[in-house]
Write a protein of this length. Sequence first.
Length: 170
Amino acid sequence: VAEPGHTIREQDPSYGFLAPAFLPRYLRSARDSAVRMVDPQLLSAVAKVPAWLGGHVSLDRVQRARRRGEQWAGQVTEETFGEADVLLTPALATPADPAANFKPARPVATAYRSLQRTAYTTAWNIAGFPAASVPAGFTSEGLPLAVQLVALPGRERTLLSLAGQLQRAS
């Protein structure tokens, strides 16, 4: 429902294939975080795999991934925010899984499921755009749902104001 002063229109941004802009940065970050730990052996099995893989990602590859993300951000700025101040998306591509579905003995499968589920949030992290997740009810099984609000850099005040309005309305 549109509040006074808000105009709502449907849009379908082109996300494309963003894994090359995200995975090198994510894996290298996992590796860099792990080596700064006092005792890296305390990492869980789920965290050890990305940290190990990140050790095989060069800093040059991370830079190329950043440039790819910047290119996508420029493209999506014109396409998506030409006539909009804020974009509303699902926070997750599917409803949340019960915690029991995350198996420490299967770290690669768990990471893959998480990557698929977080596609909407990942895209805007790659772009470097401010975003906020706002609770949006529950599934029939009682699992939480949320929406994500995204704005252009520098528009954080608008983003947070709208997030507050949605939170109060729900």
